[in-house]
Design a protein around this ligand. Structure first.
Ligand SMILES: NC(=O)c1ccc[n+]([C@@H]2O[C@H](COP(=O)([O-])OP(=O)(O)OC[C@H]3O[C@@H](n4cnc5c(N)ncnc54)[C@H](OP(=O)(O)O)[C@@H]3O)[C@@H](O)[C@H]2O)c1
Length: 300
């Protein structure tokens, strides 16, 4: 896609959680001027140390910027922060919405922001903090071609090779499709791993078979060590967000008339993460849930 000239821009970053903070560091590293707002301002400290300015409210951050980047938890929170708290300042601004939200929520944001005189594109990403810091996220853009084109150099700062998938809603649908695979692959591997261990099969022998087969996915090895050690601390992507995304996928898939019964059990399993205290841990803590009751998980 052809692009506007590159150059530093004045950017408002709303949401400096795990992903937002890493994206903010990358934007500063690329020379952009950053005003940041976060519900918990203490979480902005590393960005302030790197040269960002703290805004007391979303509207203050937006007023100081030409582009607004949002990386908040979900759709309702993004709408509340952007429209209820920042709305009056949005005229003439371009919003780049990165959080994973429902395609319908994204389309509603687009309509609301345009009615306030702003522009909106969705830009969900695959990848996590390390990829964000290095600027090699996989970024899917959804929105009018002209709007995406105006923002292309900025998108390239976050993801070497962004891709425009279509109008608003299209990129969110693709992102949910990818995250359904994260959940399903993690779940499928976890169950198989438990069973071979339960049967006394050496894990490395099983992995060698799997790696040599068409069934192998690199994510299995990426999470194997954590799963064997039961170490789910220091998440880049927490279990609560994986559940959110699976529920969003289920809603979108039901809306498309797909048969989702096979996935509903996984959603029910992920609901158990909250009482089990796993919500804030790495999403491969799903492995602790597939273990079932402690008595069933322990080899005889
Ligand atoms: N982490 C990843 O690897 C990754 C990858 C791709 C996509 N995503 C998506 O990106 C989004 C952010 O993920 P994350 O991992 O950065 O999540 P996170 O660390 O939990 O951060 C969530 C952000 O939302 C804010 N927030 C939560 N509730 C709020 C409320 N009621 N009002 C105002 N602000 C609120 C948080 O503010 P506080 O700091 O005050 O809590 C924080 O800034 C999610 O949609 C996630 O699915 C994440």
């Amino acid at each position: 896609m052809a692009s506007e000239p590159t150059g530093p821009r004045a950017i408002a970053l709303l949401g400096t959680g795990l992903l937002g903070a890493a994206i903010g560091q990358r934007l500063l590293q690329r020379g952009h001027r950053l005003s940041v707002w976060n519900r918990t301002p203490e979480r902005c400290a590393p960005l302030l140390a790197a040269g960002a300015e703290l805004a007391a409210t979303p509207a203050t951050a937006i007023a100081a910027a030409e582009v607004v980047v949002t990386v908040l938890s979900d759709g309702p929170i993004t709408a509340a922060v952007l429209l209820d708290q920042g709305g009056s300042a949005l005229a003439g601004r371009s919003v780049v919405q990165i959080a994973t939200i429902a395609p319908d929520e994204s389309r509603q944001l687009d309509v609301a922001i345009r009615s306030l005189g702003g522009h909106y594109i969705e830009a969900p990403v695959l990848g996590s903090r390390p990829e964000a810091l290095a600027g090699n996220l996989q970024l899917m853009a959804g929105g009018p071609a002209a709007s995406v084109e105006r923002l292309w150099p900025l998108l390239q700062d976050l993801a070497g090779t962004p891709v425009r998938l279509g109008e608003v809603g299209s990129a969110m649908a693709a992102k949910l499709a990818l995250n359904q695979l994260i959940a399903s692959l993690t779940h499928a591997f976890s169950l198989s791993l438990h069973l071979v261990q339960h049967a006394g099969v050496e894990v490395e022998a099983f992995m060698a078979l799997l790696r040599g087969s068409a069934l192998y996915a690199p994510t299995f090895d990426k999470k194997l060590e954590r799963e064997l050690a039961g170490d789910y601390a220091n998440p880049n992507f927490p279990t609560a967000h994986l559940r959110k995304d699976l529920l969003l996928f289920l809603a979108a898939a039901r809306g498309a008339g797909l048969a989702v019964e096979g996935l509903e059990g996984l959603a029910a399993l992920l609901e158990r993460a909250t009482p089990a205290g796993l919500d804030g841990l790495d999403y491969c803590a799903l492995h602790a849930l597939t273990a079932g009751r402690p008595a069933a998980a322990a080899p005889a």
